[in-house]
Design a protein around this ligand. Structure first.
Ligand code: NAD
Ligand code: UDP
Length: 314
């Protein structure tokens, strides 16, 4: 039996991972404290015979028996991770120590959901795994960036010192259905604003760039990384098609056929200027590359939010 623990399994990415792993016939235990995740994301799985939900905070130890651990628990939106910055650090550091301790004791393979944020405001473009980053250690994003950097350090040290079988994926901006309406990240914000006919809020002049990956592509890569033998080095996962935030706003207004206007809001401090993954390593080692383009992925995501917002009105 393939018994799998997913921390943060009620969140945006975690809930899609629960779906995909159950489809492979795995026995899935979802752990979540519902800080930024929702039962609605996994409600359709409650009657599945191989799905279990445990309400638990990973900053506290957890004892169970599984073969693999996907450690995704951590708020990912700047709005959410800055809401309780100390808790964010604790989740990445104490939470990862707890999950690594569990992995060590039960000899499970463990994957950490790390982030492109470990590169900070990158001085190298596009970002390769060999780049060490340019991170402000004392800014408002540090709780997340530095927390994940320590989590990566812990993964490598448990691997070197205790022979734990580790995987590290550095995820670049990923979007899709089941992002929360109030998530605060750019794709969901712009789609919700455009569908409601509200002003679309571009922070700064909108020339900053991000590279957006559709959720199904990312989940495929998670599973491929986990299942690849001996693949302990960190790997970038994302879509390398780069776009400015202003271009994204214009595209979403067009695709939603919205009458919304773009307005400017102040750029938050330490907001990275450019971000784009070099995914050569994932291509070479996993034979993976994203299949869903931005327009196709946005249309699927818009359809999801259209339904969610209509349902809310009723
Ligand atoms: P999300 O906020 O939707 O999901 C995170 C989940 O973790 C939520 O269900 C939340 O309730 C849970 N959680 C938070 N703290 C917890 C704790 N202490 N104990 C137990 N559960 C806890 O975010 P997401 O986009 O699904 O991100 C999942 C993971 O992927 C995160 O680790 C995030 O850092 C990483 N990541 C995501 C992206 C992206 O673009 N989506 C990019 C980079 C990294
Ligand atoms: N952003 C924006 N308007 C919004 C939300 C975000 O212009 O309503 C910008 C934000 O300043 C950043 C980019 O979009 O430059 C991506 O932001 P997000 O919070 O999605 O992710 P991250 O900054 O962590 O990549």
């Amino acid at each position: 039996m393939n018994r799998i623990l997913i921390t943060g399994g009620a969140g945006f990415l975690g809930s899609h991972l629960c779906d995909s792993l159950l489809e492979t016939g795995a026995d899935v235990v979802c752990v979540d404290n519902f800080f930024s995740g929702y039962k609605d994301n996994i409600r359709h799985l409650f009657s599945h015979p191989y799905f279990e939900l445990i309400r638990h905070d990973i900053t506290h130890p957890l004892f169970l028996e599984v073969d693999k651990i996907y450690n995704l628990a951590c708020p990912a939106s700047p709005l959410h991770y800055q809401h309780n910055a100390i808790k964010t650090v604790k989740t990445s550091v104490m939470g990862t120590i707890n999950m690594l301790g569990l992995a060590k004791r039960i000899k499970a393979r463990i994957l950490l959901a790390s982030t492109s944020e470990i590169y900070g405001n990158p001085a190298v473009h596009p970002q390769q795994e060999s780049y060490w980053g340019n991170v402000n250690p004392v800014g408002i994003r540090s709780c997340y960036d530095e927390g994940k950097r320590v989590a990566e350090t812990l993964m490598m040290d448990y691997h070197r010192q205790n022979n734990v079988d580790t995987r590290i994926v550095r995820i670049f901006n990923t979007y899709g259905p089941r992002m929360a309406i109030n998530d605060g990240r750019v794709v969901s914000n712009f789609i919700v604003q455009a569908l409601r006919g509200e002003p679309v809020t571009v922070y700064g002049d909108g020339t900053q760039t991000r590279s957006f990956c559709y959720v199904s592509d990312l989940i495929d890569a998670f599973i491929m990384t986990m299942d690849k033998e001996g693949f302990t080095q960190p790997v970038n996962l994302g879509n390398s098609a780069e776009s400015t935030i202003l271009e994204l706003a214009e595209k979403i207004i067009k695709l939603t056929k919205s009458s919304s206007k773009i307005i400017r809001k102040p750029l938050p401090s330490d907001d990275p200027v450019r971000r784009c993954p070099d995914i050569s390593l994932a291509k070479e080692k996993l034979g993976w590359q994203p299949k869903i383009g931005l327009e196709e992925g946005l249309l699927k995501t818009i359809a999801y939010f259209r339904e969610r917002l209509d349902l809310k009105k009723k």
